[in-house]
Design a protein around this ligand. Sequence first.
Ligand code: UGA
Length: 435
Amino acid sequence: MHVAMIGTGYVGLVSGACFSEFGTDVICVDKDASKIERLEQGIMPIYEPGLDLLVENNVKAGRLHFTTDLKKGVKDADVVFIAVGTPTRRGDGHADLSYVYAAAEEIAEAMDGFTVIVTKSTVPVGTGREVERIIRAKRPDAEFAVVSNPEFLREGSAIGDFMRPDRVVIGTSNERARAVMSDLYRPLYLIETPIVFTTRETSEMIKYAANTFLAAKITFINEIADLCEKVGADVHDVARGIGLDGRIGKKFLHPGPGYGGSCFPKDTLALVRTAQEHNSPLRIIETVVSVNDRRKKAMADRIIAACGGSVEGKTIGILGLAFKPNTDDMRDSPSLDVVPALLAAGATVRAYDPEAMEEAAKLLDGLTFCESAFETIEGADAMVILTEWNEFRGLNLKRVKAALKSPVVVDLRNVYEPREMKENGFEYSCIGRGA
Ligand code: UGA
């Protein structure tokens, strides 16, 4: 079995490396020559725990290859994955499919013999049909099938998620393609991974329904957290108390500054647009989008309130800039709202993130980047935890207190226990723990 992976972004690179780890021969294709060159030297374009070693081992074993030459990659492939970006299109919130369709055109020209073309990128319902139409128009007699196989991995735990998924979804009505896909995912049979075979449209819909549901779940607990503060309840106990009900489930009930990242903001918006176009509006998700947007903006106000109503002339030390830990991804990170709002309110902002400062520097200015948590908070009027990196979870509280000019801690990820912080003399605020 030969696999070609078109696009070496998060999903493409991780999926390609993991398939090769399963023993399949994989060639990863990308137009970006310098990215391919660096990958060949073992330099990863993203920070993802374990990825460098996985790539190195499989390149050494001769199962994982990189190229800029799509034709070469696709010619011998039994399965071609399209894993290119589908960013939000400017102006209308739809997913921009131009990269997907351009890849389809090129694949059509290069494929040879029965080929299964798989959309791995998150694509709106109907995209598989359009990809098939594009290829068929170019190659009327070719033998091929277009399959949907969405990816559910999370950044920061991408390899584990890919290797031990909750399920695999495969959308096709073509029996030959189904057999090929079964074969490809055979290594997961051993760990009894459920494989959901369905139609292409349903599979495309499953991906959006999953992401928008999770975004709604987070937004729900965020609003419950705000209410907990008002009524003197503890959202952690509420989340546990409801999450133990198997119908609800305990995951994704952690309150915070609002969801960010490359997927939830983009996918919620895209599904809202699709639903509006089909005159079947998704009002819950429309509300989730606007509540989450407002939430990210409101986080700066929380910090300002914790600083006594003004940050004018004050120094705020921010720990964490990435949208979540274990990634250097800054896309739609809450820090992109918080930092400019604090600067506009007259604060001096110092920040530290273990991996994301290079990315952050491309998107944020007017702040000072520091080398460590303690350098960031030295002499600051407040410490703000914006991303729950492990190294911020167990800070020496005595040292924190000594470093800060005033003992104000705003913990937007609920890393610390309110009681302990108060006992240590901090003016501590977090999210939804009013009890
Ligand atoms: C998300 C999904 O979880 C994956 O299943 C999916 O494959 C991926 O999108 C995608 O479509 O590619 P990801 O964006 O990497 O994965 O990260 P998550 O762990 O889902 O976090 C998303 C955002 O929600 C982060 O800002 C995180 O801080 C926030 N979050 C998550 C919370 O605020 N509370 C929670 O309980 C969980």
